[in-house]
Ligand binder design. Structure first.
Ligand SMILES: [Zn+2]
Ligand SMILES: [Zn+2]
Ligand SMILES: [Zn+2]
Length: 248
């Protein structure tokens, strides 16, 4: 079958024998394609009006372009059918940029998710305290179990730095600058500044009243992205993630 399937497919189409044509296309679709024959099969499938087979070929070319484009079939097609060559190369480029875009979005979402986790940890540190940091009335010390906030440890270090840093001027020290940004982001997301225990929450709320339109738009966009990242997690994911962190 393997050796005759291509001429058989062509003949079955030419003499309108649908049952034989079906057998041939099925054979090719289910494992009969190789990187050596895929270009020939693609052209034949298009000439024989076999759209599904042609689509499967196209996918294989895009997926395995490097090896397919070094085959004899590709070289022959390149000379005989310039427009097909161009079409296939464009499909590969398109697929590549789609992948890049997907990756970029995923990376971006990760950053917003980290910001959301930092916001949660900041509230937790300022409200409950954690291990060696935060309000002393909660008596949380070293012997306590590790907390459920993935960003807590990193933030604890940052807060500690912030309170001891000599440079401190916003923009002067990158760590302090980061802390200022986190505190401002919190304030932008906080809806109860009067009871809030996070430092500078009310200060930033006051400052917001004099902000420029550009600043307002910038922060609003950031807040909406952080909230979108949080919502994409679903209601149970935070607990699941802390379990995932706890089990090595
Ligand atoms: Zn904690
Ligand atoms: Zn600093
Ligand atoms: Zn607040």
């Amino acid at each position: 079958m393997k050796n005759f399937v291509l001429p058989l497919l062509a003949l079955s189409h030419l003499y309108s024998v649908p049952s034989l044509k079906r057998v041939c296309t099925h054979f090719l679709e289910r494992g009969g394609l190789t990187k050596e024959n895929v270009i020939d099969v693609l052209q034949l499938a298009r000439n024989c009006d076999a759209p599904r087979l042609s689509l499967i070929c196209l996918r294989m070319v895009v997926k395995d372009f490097k090896s397919v484009s070094s085959t004899e079939g590709w070289k022959v097609m390149k000379h005989a059918n310039r427009s097909l060559e161009q079409e296939l190369v464009e499909s590969v480029i398109e697929e590549d940029s789609r992948k890049d875009e997907k990756l970029r979005k995923l990376e971006e979402k990760k950053v917003y998710l980290q910001l959301y986790e930092a916001m949660e940890a900041l509230l937790h540190i300022c409200k409950d305290g954690c291990r060696t940091i935060g309000p002393c009335d909660k008596a949380l010390k070293g012997s306590q179990v590790a907390c459920n906030f993935p960003a807590c440890k990193g933030l604890e270090t940052l807060v500690r730095h912030f309170s001891n840093c000599k440079t401190r001027v916003p923009g002067g020290c990158i760590h302090c600058k980061r802390m200022w940004q986190l505190l401002e982001l919190h304030s932008r997301m906080c809806d109860e500044p009067d009871f809030c225990k996070v430092p500078l929450c009310r200060h930033f709320k006051e400052k917001m009243k004099q902000q420029t339109k550009k600043d307002e738009a910038k922060w609003r966009l950031l807040v909406s992205k952080v909230i979108a990242a949080k919502n994409s997690l679903g209601p149970f994911s935070l607990a699941q993630r802390s379990i995932a962190i706890a089990t090595p």
